[in-house]
Design a binder for this molecule. Structure first.
Ligand code: FMN
Length: 158
């Protein structure tokens, strides 16, 4: 069975909530999912997964330093994530206040690792970005993103 890691950093719980929704939706798609906070994950752990979803709060328009540290430390396993599926999500304090650049900052690192990141032609094109805890439509968008990620992982691993 394909295996996905949902890893997040969250100081006040908003990104954690998105991570929980993301993980639950992946499980509903029949995938094996580990949900972990960033402090529980070492770069070498990432090799065990077919896909990795990374959640960070938006800090000055970029990912939090805790998330960047895991990414920088992942140079140890550079080349080992090639072809795995990636996805990113963030909670920010507002709308149009740096959330999309945060998602893109995570995605850039994933692409440098050779990971595959699917956009979305409908909405939340780069990944899920929500204000605070997010509303009902944001939660639906998170579930949709997780389902699309699950579909892609299944296609690539079947
Ligand atoms: C150091 C710091 C920097 C922040 N920078 C931004 C920012 O650039 N844009 C924004 O919209 N919100 C910013 N925020 C607000 C957080 O992104 C927001 O409160 C988010 O929901 C926190 O997520 P969490 O509950 O998972 O920690 C910042 C918060 C902190 C503590």
């Amino acid at each position: 069975m394909a295996k996905i890691l949902v890893v997040y950093y969250s100081r006040t719980g908003n990104t954690r909530r998105l991570a929980e929704v993301f993980a639950e939706a992946l499980r509903e798609e029949g995938l094996e999912v580990d949900l972990k906070s960033i402090s529980e994950v070492k770069p070498e752990d990432l090799e065990a997964y077919d896909g990795v979803a990374v959640g960070s709060p938006t800090y000055y328009g970029l990912m939090a330093s805790e998330v960047k540290k895991l990414i920088d430390d992942s140079v140890k396993i550079h080349g080992k994530l090639d072809g795995k599926v990636g996805a990113a999500f963030t909670s920010a304090g507002g709308y149009s206040t740096g959330a999309e650049t945060t998602i893109l900052s995570i995605i850039l690192s994933m692409l440098i690792h050779g990971m595959i990141v699917q956009g979305d032609p409908e909405d939340y094109h780069y990944g899920v970005a929500v204000k605070g805890r997010g509303g009902k439509s944001d939660i639906e968008a998170t579930r949709r993103k997780a389902k699309r990620m699950a579909d892609l992982v299944k296609k690539l691993t079947s």
